[in-house]
Design a protein around this ligand. Structure first.
Ligand SMILES: NC(=O)c1ccc[n+]([C@@H]2O[C@H](COP(=O)([O-])OP(=O)(O)OC[C@H]3O[C@@H](n4cnc5c(N)ncnc54)[C@H](OP(=O)(O)O)[C@@H]3O)[C@@H](O)[C@H]2O)c1
Length: 337
C-alpha cells in the first residue's frame, strides 16, 4: 500500500515558506503484533513546530530533515495487531504530517466517546484547550474579580484561556489579536470585555487604555512587545502565565528580552512557564470540566479547516502569520464531521 507524507528538506532562516517542504510517497507495511495502522482524518497545525525546525536544543528534539515530520493527528484504526486498539477505533497520536501512521499500539490514545467533531480533539478538547486549562489550573488560578489579559487571544490556546477566565468569574477579560474581525469575534461571541488589534494601535498604548484597573493575571502566548506591555500594566503581586513566545519563533537571531523586567521585582510579580505534556495525567479532569462547557455553548470554539495533505505547509505558514482563527487543522478525509 502506498501513502504520502511531508518532509522538511532544509531548515528555515527566519520565516518558513512552502518551498522548504516536500510531499513524498512511501510504502506502507501491514501492522505487526502490537502495532496499529491508522488512516489520519485531521492533522494539527501548531506554533511549536516552528522552533522544532531549527537545529537547536530544546525540551523536544529538532525535526530531522528528509523524514516524516511529527505532529498530533486524529484518525481511524484500519489495521490492528493489538486487541486493546481495535479496528475502527478513533485515536489520537503524534504521527501527523502524513496520510497514514503505522505505530506501536502504546503510542496511540483512544479518543473519549464525546459527541463532538473529531477535530475538537486537536483543538478545544485537545492539547491546545488543555494547555489553556493547565495554565489556569496548575500554573496559576483565576480569582474572582481578576483583571485578565490574554495575548494571541483569538488563537487556539488564547480563545480557550480567555473563556476559562470569564467562566471562573474574572472581573474583566481583555485579549490582543491581529485583526479587526478577530477582535470583534472575541467581544461579540466569546464575550471578552475588550479586544485590542495590535496592528492598529501600539500594544502598550492600547493595553493601558483598556485595562484602567491594571492587570492581575496575564496569559502570555506572544512574548516580546506583548510581554513588555503586560509588565507595564501589571498590578502589585500580579501573576503571569508564560505559555509561549510566538513573536520570537521566526527571529533568525535571539531577541532581547523586554527592557522592563525590573517590574518583576518592583511589583513582586510571579512569572511561571510550563510545558503541557508534563501534565498529561490531568487530561480526564480537564475533559470533565471543559467538555460540558463546549456542549452547553458556554464555551465557543472556532476552527480554521484546510483540506488536503498538500496544503499542510501552507496552513502552517498561514497559522504563524495570523491568517487563521481559532484552532488550525488540516482535514484529510471527509468522514469525520
Ligand atoms: N507551553 C505549552 O506547553 C504550549 C502548548 C501549546 C501552545 N503553546 C504556545 O501557545 C501560543 C499559542 O499557540 P496556539 O496553538 O494557540 O496558536 P494560535 O494562537 O492558534 O496561532 C498563532 C497566532 O499567534 C498570533 N501571532 C503570530 N505572530 C505574532 C506576533 N508577532 N505578535 C502577536 N501575535 C502573533 C497570530 O494571531 P493574530 O492574528 O492574533 O496575531 C497567530 O494566528 C504559542 O506561543 C504556542 O507556542 C504552548
Amino acid at each position: 500500500m502506498r501513502t504520502r507524507e511531508i518532509h522538511l528538506t532544509s531548515r528555515p532562516r527566519g520565516w518558513p515558506n512552502e518551498e522548504l517542504f516536500r510531499v513524498v510517497e512511501a510504502e506502507l507495511s501491514e501492522p505487526g503484533p502490537g502495532e496499529v495502522l491508522i488512516e489520519n482524518s485531521a492533522l494539527s497545525v501548531d506554533p511549536y513546530m516552528r522552533p522544532k525546525m531549527d537545529d537547536v536544543p530544546s525540551y523536544t528534539p529538532p525535526y530531522q530533515l528528509n523524514a516524516p515530520l511529527e505532529g498530533r493527528a486524529v484518525g481511524t484504526v484500519i489495521g490492528s495487531g493489538d486487541p486493546t486498539v481495535p479496528l475502527g477505533a478513533q485515536v489520537l497520536h503524534r504521527a501527523g504530517w502524513r496520510e497514514h501512521a503505522l505505530l506501536p499500539a502504546a503510542d496511540v490514545t483512544l479518543l473519549p466517546d464525546l459527541d463532538v467533531p473529531l477535530t475538537h480533539h486537536l483543538g478545544v478538547l485537545g492539547i491546545t484547550g488543555f494547555t489553556a486549562w493547565i495554565g489556569l489550573n496548575v500554573i496559576e488560578s483565576v480569582t474572582a474579580g481578576d483583571q485578565v489579559f490574554v495575548s494571541a487571544a483569538a488563537g487556539a490556546v488564547g480563545s480557550v484561556a480567555g473563556q476559562i477566565a470569564r467562566l471562573r468569574g474574572a472581573g474583566r477579560v481583555v485579549g490582543s489579536t491581529g485583526s479587526t474581525e478577530k477582535a470583534s469575534w472575541l467581544c461579540d461571541e466569546l464575550r471578552f470585555d475588550a479586544a485590542i488589534n495590535y496592528r492598529e494601535e501600539p500594544i502598550g498604548v492600547a493595553l493601558r487604555r483598556v485595562m484602567p484597573q491594571g492587570c492581575d493575571l496575564g496569559f502570555d502566548n506572544v512574548g516580546g512587545d506583548h510581554l513588555g506591555a503586560a509588565l507595564e500594566v501589571m498590578n502589585d503581586f500580579g501573576r503571569l502565565v508564560m505559555c509561549g513566545s510566538i513573536s520570537l519563533y521566526n527571529e533568525s537571531r535571539p531577541s532581547p528580552m523586554p527592557d522592563n523586567l525590573v517590574h518583576v521585582t518592583r511589583k513582586r510579580l510571579t512569572m511561571r512557564g510550563f510545558i503541557t505534556s508534563d501534565h498529561l495525567s490531568l487530561r480526564e479532569q480537564f475533559l470533565a470540566e471543559v467538555a460540558p462547557w463546549v456542549s452547553s455553548g458556554d464555551m465557543v470554539t472556532r476552527e480554521t479547516v484546510i483540506n488536503g495533505l498538500d496544503l499542510m505547509p501552507r496552513a502552517f505558514v498561514a497559522m504563524l502569520s495570523g491568517a487563521t482563527t481559532g484552532k488550525t487543522v488540516v482535514r484529510l478525509t471527509a468522514a469525520e464531521q
